[in-house]
Design a protein around this ligand. Structure first.
Ligand code: BEZ
Length: 219
């Protein structure tokens, strides 16, 4: 199924939400944004996920990221559901907007449809999709999970840090990287350039090929 993917510009959708009618670009402005969908209100995994997102809201705010949730039910239902989410996750307030999508128009435009999940009337449901969008409104990274698998917010923070570091320093993050670990220098950077760009120094892995492409530094 074709749809919004890496590098695509997200549409400037107008939608009803728990914060009233909003336009996506007005919310995002010049910031990073995370747009995350949920199969439905008053469902168990979604209740835990929205609560965890609320618990991590400060982490995202520190990194200059706006949060936008989406579930396919209407705004009145979302507002009732927020009471459950906050009760189940004590101390957490859902301060981010949750978009309503009763006609499944938004999930189609944002490539968030789960082809395997339908409600009791046979309507399609959202997957657990999550797009990280850059200040240029382009999709930088997406998660696509089924209804049965809740997302890990530590992983969302981890990949966001990776994207922000890569954007700032011409580096990439290796397998199992965590914030604070060494990063690798992008292959497009020559050794000469690397010496200037990374005055703190870098280490080159000694490989059988004798090619010096695996270079670690700290940023
Ligand atoms: C849940 O959030 O728990 C859920 C939602 C739809 C289908 C299965 C699980």
């Amino acid at each position: 199924m074709p749809g919004l993917t890496l590098g695509d510009t997200i549409p400037d959708l107008e939608a009803d939400s728990t914060h009233g009618i909003i336009k996506l670009y007005d919310i995002i402005d010049d910031s990073w944004a995370i747009i995350f969908s949920h199969p439905g209100d008053f469902t168990p995994v979604c209740t835990t996920e929205l609560g965890k997102m609320a618990a991590y809201a400060k982490e995202f705010e520190k990194r200059g990221v706006k949060l936008v949730g989406l579930s396919c039910d209407d705004v009145q239902s979302h507002k009732e559901w927020i009471k459950d989410i906050e009760a189940f996750n004590p101390g957490c307030k859902v301060t981010y907007p949750i978009l309503a999508d009763p006609n499944r128009e938004i999930i189609k435009q944002l490539n968030m449809v789960d082809p395997d999940e339908k409600d009791s009337s046979g309507n399609q449901l959202p997957s657990r999709a999550l797009h990280i969008v850059g200040p240029d409104k382009k999709v930088k990274l997406s998660f696509l999970y089924p209804a049965s698998t809740g997302r890990n917010m530590d992983e969302v923070v981890r990949v966001l840090e990776s994207l922000q570091k890569a954007g700032k320093h011409k580096v990439a993050t290796p397998a199992n990287w965590k914030p604070g670990d060494p990063v690798v220098i992008a292959p497009t950077v020559s050794n000469e350039q690397a010496k200037e760009m990374f005055p703190q120094g870098f280490e080159t892995a000694d490989l059988p090929s004798m090619k010096d492409y695996l270079r670690f530094t700290k940023v």
